[in-house]
Design a protein around this ligand. Sequence first.
Ligand SMILES: *[C@@H]1O[C@H](CO)[C@@H](O)[C@H](O)[C@H]1NC(C)=O
Ligand SMILES: *[C@@H]1O[C@H](CO)[C@@H](O)[C@H](O)[C@H]1NC(C)=O
Ligand SMILES: *[C@@H]1O[C@H](CO)[C@@H](O)[C@H](O)[C@H]1NC(C)=O
Ligand SMILES: *[C@@H]1O[C@H](CO)[C@@H](O)[C@H](O)[C@H]1NC(C)=O
Ligand SMILES: *[C@@H]1O[C@H](CO)[C@@H](O)[C@H](O)[C@H]1NC(C)=O
Ligand SMILES: *[C@@H]1O[C@H](CO)[C@@H](O)[C@H](O)[C@H]1NC(C)=O
Ligand SMILES: *[C@@H]1O[C@H](CO)[C@@H](O)[C@H](O)[C@H]1NC(C)=O
Ligand SMILES: *[C@@H]1O[C@H](CO)[C@@H](O)[C@H](O)[C@H]1NC(C)=O
Ligand SMILES: *[C@@H]1O[C@H](CO)[C@@H](O)[C@H](O)[C@H]1NC(C)=O
Ligand SMILES: *[C@@H]1O[C@H](CO)[C@@H](O)[C@H](O)[C@H]1NC(C)=O
Length: 570
Amino acid sequence: MFLILLIASTFTQGLTIVSHGNSFITAFPENLAYFYPFTSSIILTVTALHEDTSFTVYFNNTQRTIPNLQRGATTKVMFPKTAEVHQLNFSTNSIRITSTKNVVVQSFSQTGTGTILEKSVQTSVVQPITNLGTDYLIPPLKQLDLIQTFGGSPAPFSSQRYSSFKLIIINAEDTENNITIVKNISGSVQEENFTIPSYQLIQLQANASLFKVKSNHKVAVILTHPCLEMTACKCNMIVNQILPTEFHGQNFVVPYIPGITQSRLLMTSNERSTSLSHSNVQLQPSSSGLLSLSFQTKSQYVNASGNVSLKLISPGLFVEVIPENMFAACYLLQVYSDVKNALVIAETGSKTNVHNQNSPVTNAAWTEITGTKYSSAIIPLTEQYTFIWHPSSKIAVYILENIGTTVYGGPAIPINDQPDELGCVVIPGQFEVKNEPLNWTESLAHCTSLQSQLACLTKEDIQMELANMINTTEDEEAWIGLRRSLMTTDWYWQRTPSTTPLPSSSVDYIHWADGQPLDKSKGLCASLSLDREDAFKWKSAKCCEKKRPVCYKPPTVLTALTSGVTQNIS
Ligand SMILES: *[C@@H]1O[C@H](CO)[C@@H](O)[C@H](O)[C@H]1NC(C)=O
Ligand SMILES: *[C@@H]1O[C@H](CO)[C@@H](O)[C@H](O)[C@H]1NC(C)=O
Ligand SMILES: *[C@@H]1O[C@H](CO)[C@@H](O)[C@H](O)[C@H]1NC(C)=O
Ligand SMILES: *[C@@H]1O[C@H](CO)[C@@H](O)[C@H](O)[C@H]1NC(C)=O
Ligand SMILES: *[C@@H]1O[C@H](CO)[C@@H](O)[C@H](O)[C@H]1NC(C)=O
Ligand SMILES: *[C@@H]1O[C@H](CO)[C@@H](O)[C@H](O)[C@H]1NC(C)=O
Ligand SMILES: *[C@@H]1O[C@H](CO)[C@@H](O)[C@H](O)[C@H]1NC(C)=O
Ligand SMILES: *[C@@H]1O[C@H](CO)[C@@H](O)[C@H](O)[C@H]1NC(C)=O
Ligand SMILES: *[C@@H]1O[C@H](CO)[C@@H](O)[C@H](O)[C@H]1NC(C)=O
Ligand SMILES: *[C@@H]1O[C@H](CO)[C@@H](O)[C@H](O)[C@H]1NC(C)=O
């Protein structure tokens, strides 16, 4: 889930703000296993974004392939309790997933039955390997101070097992990986090196001294605590996949989470001098290093002097705050408990255009966030699987669930970064110049026969997209869907033969070459230059001329989500 311009386009490979991919690696941290060994579930959910997707799960030297998923189908993969990483040091308990087409993966751990006090639940988005890195900054965690900051007291069973956060470092590649962890112990910087075999992992104790992880090859880094003791014998598991430094940001809308009365910010940055401000007032750290928020009961905008990662911390809750430059257009949400909400941050001017699946959200109570162009709202969720999107601007979406009085959750899964009025895009629209020279009418029919349309460049954005996508230098013209009415001589766009021509619809955006269009006797159709030196400008032409058509395949959007079968891995 993230950046100013690292990824302007969904077509680029590599790091993206979206969390789908075809290769994933993760591990299940220990969740109170010691006390409740028999009442747990540990699950990975895999949601297919494309038709006919298969995926394979690799665990404990076995592999299982789940074939033929439909777009939007979610498969629950259940793992045995033994999959949990419950000891320090090296382990082979990593889980890998590869798929034939892009999927998203979320992990879910729950332990405890009976009284809700014993329950501990966490969900976490599993990042695709494309979003992993080799440099990670570890947040400074002082467990005792942290508990005391929130008025709690340390666990009565202060065994080493529960006295610190742990860090799981997973080698994401099929090769030996040299890892260096960097500690600053009382001002002296020390390094420790480990070599992790292919796809294996190491679990370490983390404290405020351990501040950096570096590696030769990509690693996944998970920060975890099996039972963060807070108050009244209540604890909750923490799972937080740390994102590489490329995902840091400077501006954040810190969400207000209803029901949470004390929350603070944990900031991680490369520079010790980095500060965080709200309305130009610097936020001050407590002894635990946590920063105090200006308001406890409303969402607020904060601004760092450099790139940082921010986590919102409250007893039992550990939420990654989505930087503004990583807001996205569409998010997938998977929920598990009965009390489930989405917290959405959207631009105030277009907030009523936030959609939940196929309809605009109409019943949300929006609150403006002071000093920003944003508003936030809590949207109750009724479905276990849903997607929330915006047709024209980027938004941030968090999932919040309750068990008893404990709130858990975090960012939803971003699946598309660029807004599109058609919906939640999983395959972007594609322009393609076909090979056969045809007349204009035949071109229209030809594109249609390919489940495509003759290209209609109705906005500058679309013209730019075409220019970027085809980027040719051919000294040639190609047909687009622009023509003029025989009667009125007005220009209009026509995509397909079946569409009723709309000569009344005005052509607002134009990109004619100099001196174009010629008068109607010299041509009723329009073509586009295939030469980028000519800026892909348009010319009028006779419709009977043979030119190659520029076809446009509209984007594929998510329409429905379904629950697939549950698979047990033993
Ligand atoms: C891996 O499988 C073996 C037997 O096939 C089993 O004894 C062992 O407990 C499994 N390990 C884990 C971590 O589940
Ligand atoms: C970790 O494992 C390695 C080898 O597997 C062993 O040499 C080392 O002593 C272990 N360290 C601890 C702290 O258990
Ligand atoms: C990893 O470290 C080992 C020594 O621990 C060294 O022999 C090897 O060359 C290193 N590999 C890389 C890729 O740096
Ligand atoms: C290590 O910690 C000391 C304070 O204890 C600080 O002055 C120094 O800048 C730190 N070094 C690094 C590399 O973070
Ligand atoms: C750890 O590895 C790095 C290179 O990856 C090397 O520069 C450093 O000296 C090593 N540190 C120790 C303590 O071996
Ligand atoms: C963190 O743990 C190391 C041992 O790994 C210890 O030397 C150091 O003092 C601890 N730091 C803090 C801040 O507790
Ligand atoms: C962000 O912080 C800087 C100072 O670090 C300040 O100059 C700037 O106005 C702030 N921007 C906003 C939008 O608050
Ligand atoms: C923050 O990161 C972005 C992209 O990673 C970079 O372009 C920008 O210059 C960074 N800002 C600062 C203040 O370092
Ligand atoms: C088009 O291709 C040229 C040469 O391959 C490249 O330099 C240019 O950046 C490309 N333009 C776009 C918009 O992709
Ligand atoms: C295009 O060619 C078809 C025959 O292939 C013909 O019927 C049609 O009239 C032609 N259209 C134009 C505008 O020339």
